[in-house]
Design a protein around this ligand. Sequence first.
Ligand code: CO
Length: 164
Amino acid sequence: MKVRRYPDPVLRIRSEEVVQTDKPLKNIIKQMVSAMKTEEGVGLAANQVGITKRVIVLESAEKTVVMINPEIIGKSKETDFQFEGCLSFPNLSVSVERFKELDVEYRDISGRSEKTHLEGISARAFQHELDHLNGILIIDYATAEDRFNYNIYITKEKDEYGRS
Ligand code: CO
């Protein structure tokens, strides 16, 4: 299973809610987990492997968590900036402001509703992957300076999907 790279149009699609976690979807999730591990990522969204369903996998506290239809239900007032990479943009990192702590809700692979508190790298990775499900990418946070430095990726004011 190959991780799609920018400017693959699937990265700009808003993914759909999962209604049923059926066998084909479970198979895809298994492949997502192994793709994430192979590429040494800390998270992966399903549209990064071409599947436009609201599913993410995260490495959190040294275990792999599968989150279906993930949502933020609470967030800290505090935010911070850190450099983030993305498997869809090899050799690019962009400083992104994120909430430091989150409460999130999701369904697990057997369809059970779960809630959890995330902080640090896990909270950041969650926000990054949730962005993927909404077609948002790290280049959307890039400053004019970043854009100048990485003009190999961003050659126009707006990309072909009308985002600046
Ligand atoms: Co990414």
